[in-house]
Design a protein around this ligand. Structure first.
Ligand SMILES: Nc1nc2c(c(=O)[nH]1)N[C@H]1C(S)=C(S)[C@@H](COP(=O)(O)O)O[C@H]1N2
Ligand SMILES: [Mo]
Length: 424
């Protein structure tokens, strides 16, 4: 006798909740239905099912979920740059609500209960006679031994605009000043633990995490979902699958429910909203380690440099561009320096445009993968426009040069930045 019940009863209430959530995230179409009508329905389901943390602040067409007020962020397309003056007094770790956002498309609002991480590819040893991907749910990851570490995420293009403003070089890409960096305390599981549980083969050479955000279309070409190969040596060394940021579940914009965190490397390595990881016995390529995130230009071979790995060295003042100071008044200038090659060993500051330099007092121990805060007293004397300079040296012996070697996409700007200020 055929049953009257479908074999797989479809929970329309749960699905409707998801559908409305996706609409809120800009991922569902609602042609012919008013926004007000959908918001009313959303409010009703949220009340009925105690929907966690919906984000009513997000505008219907905003690529970013969290509030990005102008006193904290400079909006740049789908991205939000942190203002350095907003970091003044925030401590070593960047508060989540101040952390810069770099989105190729838009933040997807995912559900941890439905999320799965799939590991697949010929770099895994299948169960005998099988070629089956290995899956982990959110609770599976949370049940594994956790590790916590402080690390920056910094866009490879951070500081890019200074190639143009200081050196007159044309570059492509988001016109970041120095605010495409943040430091957080990340908690998660070691990628190496997950790879071993997925039966990593001794033949594996590359792993490629891929995001669950929308496919990236640029210049009329669909490049697919954001993904970038990582050499196995780095993947097994210090890479995390992070689910917490500064003691909270990852915020939507920073990869909820799980992101990759690759300490000291360019931000693109740290794939947000990771959904699958290809484990390969052959080297892998994606647009993000070929067209993008290599150095091209007169100083590089025609095929470009090797794919970018470690970040470079930089310094920034915790000040607005064009900050004003009263002549004759004693100040303490604050800033931070960081390097992908190690900790910060010393910082020198000039308040007269580069004639005289003083050693800054360092407020953090030299630690790799994070920044060092510093300060220097200053009593400006002569009214007028000037600029402040900070030059860091890292524990590997790199010092910021006066001029950065240019590349067409403006990556890895490492020169001393001229910070304009006015004394009145
Ligand atoms: N899935 C996915 N991961 C991503 C990106 C993205 O657009 N999609 N942007 C990358 C880039 S270019 C950077 S700099 C960092 C930014 O991380 P944040 O937005 O948490 O600051 O995420 C990286 N991971
Ligand atoms: Mo980036």
């Amino acid at each position: 006798m055929p049953s009257a019940e479908p074999a797989f009863p479809h929970d329309e209430t749960a699905y409707d909740r998801r559908r409305l959530r996706q609409w809120l995230a800009g991922e569902a179409r609602a042609d012919g239905v008013t926004r007000r009508r959908l918001l009313t329905m959303l409010a009703a389901t949220a009340a009925a099912t105690a929907l966690p943390e919906l984000s009513p602040a997000r505008a219907a067409d905003s690529p970013i979920v969290k509030p990005v007020p102008p006193e904290r962020f400079i909006l740049r397309g789908t991205n939000a740059e942190t203002r350095w003056d907003a970091l003044r007094g925030t401590g070593h770790h960047t508060p989540n609500e101040l952390f810069f956002v770099r989105n190729h498309t838009a933040t997807p609002v995912l559900d941890a209960d439905e999320w799965r991480l799939r590991l697949w590819g010929d770099g895994l040893r299948g169960a005998p006679g099988e070629d089956r991907p290995v899956e982990f749910g959110y609770d599976d990851l949370r049940a594994l031994p956790s590790v916590t570490r402080t690390a920056f995420v910094e866009c490879a293009g951070n500081g890019r605009t200074h190639y143009t403003t200081q050196q007159g070089e044309p570059v492509t890409g988001t016109a970041w000043t120095l605010g495409a960096i943040g430091v957080a305390r990340w908690r998660g599981v070691r990628l190496s633990d997950v790879l071993r549980r997925a039966r990593l083969s001794s033949q594996a050479v590359d792993v490629q995490p891929r995001g669950l955000d929308a496919e990236y279309v640029t210049g009329g070409e669909n490049l697919g979902r954001v993904r970038r190969p990582l050499p196995l040596s780095k993947a097994l060394n210090d890479v995390l699958l992070a689910y917490e940021m500064n003691g909270e579940p990852l915020p939507y914009d920073h990869g909820y429910p799980v992101r990759v965190l690759v300490p000291s490397w360019v931000g693109i390595s740290s794939i947000k909203w990771v959904g699958d990881i290809q484990v390969s016995a052959q080297p892998l390529f994606s647009p993000w380690n070929t067209t993008f995130y290599r150095l091209y230009g007169p100083s590089y071979p025609p095929e470009g440099s090797a794919p970018l790995g470690r970040q470079t060295i930089k310094s920034a003042f915790e000040l607005a561009t064009g900050a004003t100071f009263a002549a004759g008044e004693g100040q303490v200038l604050h800033g931070r320096s960081w390097s992908g090659a190690g900790g910060i060993a010393r910082v020198d500051v000039s308040t007269d445009g580069g004639t005289n330099w003083r050693r800054a007092r360092l407020h953090d121990d030299a630690r790799s993968g994070t920044w060092t805060r510093w300060s220097v007293p200053w009593k400006p004397r002569t009214p007028g426009a000037t600029h402040l300079l900070a030059r860091a040296t890292d524990t590997a012996g790199h010092t910021q040069p006066d001029v950065a070697v240019p590349n067409t996409q403006g990556y890895l700007f490492n020169a001393v930045v001229k910070h304009p200020v006015t004394v009145v």
